[in-house]
Design a protein around this ligand. Structure first.
Ligand SMILES: C[S@@+](CC[C@H](N)C(=O)[O-])C[C@H]1O[C@@H](n2cnc3c(N)ncnc32)[C@H](O)[C@@H]1O
Length: 250
């Protein structure tokens, strides 16, 4: 079994944090730590089991040769990393929330040869040298990071030139009837259902807020371009409730 690697101990000196990112990051990490135990179950239930299909689609779309080194960032409980591993990639699964990663470990333990490597790491300061990976994925993670542009900059830094990025993220459907239904589900039903099932209502009030506050489609592609990615494109899945983005490191 691959050991769960921890990053080097932080410097003992108190650092100034004028951006508030550290505090925001700590709040997000604590929230995922609280819901970790029920995360998988809720994901499957609230998505009608489509989440497995979406992650497989992202892994398939990456289209790198078998054996390519792929970083799965904001890896959570490891399902995206497993989908990538099944495509024959050598996967590093990074997340800053240990209780989420701890649930990935047994899944990785059951994986065949060269299982994904779990690593505790912050998306805003990745502990990898430049150009380390051939590909990277983030599923349902980027809307949670405290500084999106910085996380995209880190992804661009650790990818080799020409390296492939794939991102899955919820979107608000563009068409009127589905859009109203989606907003009703997201704003009214999901916070209640999620709060009731997870025992943490704040986490599932936060979910619609984070989705509605995240750049949509062309807006996100523009952020990718600003971070050093080219050929950014997107396509929607499941009637437009989420988008699969692809881009290449310049
Ligand atoms: C909604 S979960 C997605 C997990 C997984 N990718 C999936 O598809 O189920 C979001 C994850 O992002 C992680 N995360 C949020 N901010 C992060 C950061 N700054 N660095 C690393 N992980 C972060 C959280 O700990 C959480 O596990």
């Amino acid at each position: 079994m691959v050991p769960l690697a921890a990053p080097p101990a932080p410097a003992p000196l108190q650092r100034a944090d004028p951006t508030g990112r550290d505090k925001e990051g700590a709040r997000i990490r604590a929230m995922f730590g609280r819901v970790a135990g029920r995360y998988d179950l809720l994901n499957h239930l609230l998505s009608g089991h489509l989440d497995r299909l979406w992650r497989r689609r992202l892994a398939r779309d990456l289209a790198l040769p078998a054996g390519a080194r792929v970083l799965d960032l904001c890896a959570g409980t490891g399902d995206q990393a497993i989908a990538l591993h099944r495509r024959g990639y050598r996967v590093t699964a990074a997340d800053f929330c240990l209780p989420m990663l701890a649930l990935a470990r047994p899944k990785f333990g059951r994986a065949a040869a060269t299982p994904p490597v779990p690593l505790q790491a912050d998306a805003l300061a990745l502990p990898f040298p430049d150009g380390q990976f051939d590909g990277a994925t983030v599923s349902f993670g980027l809307r949670n990071v405290a500084d999106l542009d910085r996380a995209l900059g880190e992804l661009a830094r650790v990818l080799r030139p020409g390296g492939e990025l794939g991102v899955l993220e919820f979107t608000v459907p563009a068409l009127a009837p589905l859009k109203s239904l989606y907003l009703f589900y997201f704003r009214r039903l999901l916070p209640r259902l999620g709060g009731w099932l997870s025992g943490d209502p704040s986490a599932y009030t936060y979910l619609p807020e984070s989705v509605l506050g995240f750049p949509q489609r062309e807006g996100f592609v523009a952020r990718l371009a600003a971070a050093g990615f080219e050929a950014g494109r997107w396509r929607t899945l499941s009637g437009g409730v989420l988008a699969l983005y692809r881009a290449r490191k310049t």
